[in-house]
Write a protein that binds this ligand. Structure first.
Ligand code: 5GP
Ligand code: ZN
Length: 133
């Protein structure tokens, strides 16, 4: 298996998983643009959004549940969703994924979307998302 995200699904590579159901998993992006940046992926291998017409529908419940979880637990002011299909679109990992990017009032707007938050403590964010308080 040479697909990075298939290996994450299989548990061969560790990830900070925040949601899972029968069709999809969601885990924190290792290099977040903003606090709580998360990837939602189908459990089965699909190259990208364009290569399988069922894939987006299959992971939509996971997208909804994870978006609500992130916004609630991180007290986000907004959220971006995005998926890149193909090299020309900037896709780097060729297992279909939807980026969920919580947004906060102090860094608003699309121009700020791709500017990485400096020094995000992934462990702390992970604990905050999973906490019941
Ligand atoms: P793409 O550019 O293909 O839309 O996004 C790929 C995303 O996967 C990037 O935001 C990148 O930070 C993330 N990523 C790459 N390798 C890993 C990894 O090993 N673990 C996690 N959690 N995220 C990864
Ligand atoms: Zn894969």
């Amino acid at each position: 298996m040479d697909c990075l995200f298939c290996r994450i699904v299989a548990g061969e590579i560790p990830s900070k998983q925040v949601y899972a159901d029968d069709s999809a998993i969601a885990f924190l992006d290792i290099n977040p643009w903003h606090v709580g940046h998360t990837l939602v992926i189908p459990r089965r291998h699909v190259d990208d959004l364009l290569s399988d017409p069922e894939a987006l529908t299959e992971i939509t419940p996971a997208i909804n549940a994870t978006a609500r979880l992130l916004v609630d637990r991180l007290a986000a002011d907004g959220l971006n969703t995005m998926s890149s299909a193909g090299v020309a679109a900037g896709q780097e990992v060729f297992h279909f994924h939807v980026h969920l990017v919580p947004r906060f009032a102090h860094r608003p707007g699309l121009k700020e979307l791709f500017r990485h938050e400096p020094e995000v403590d992934l462990d702390r964010v992970y604990r905050q998302i999973l906490s019941r308080s």
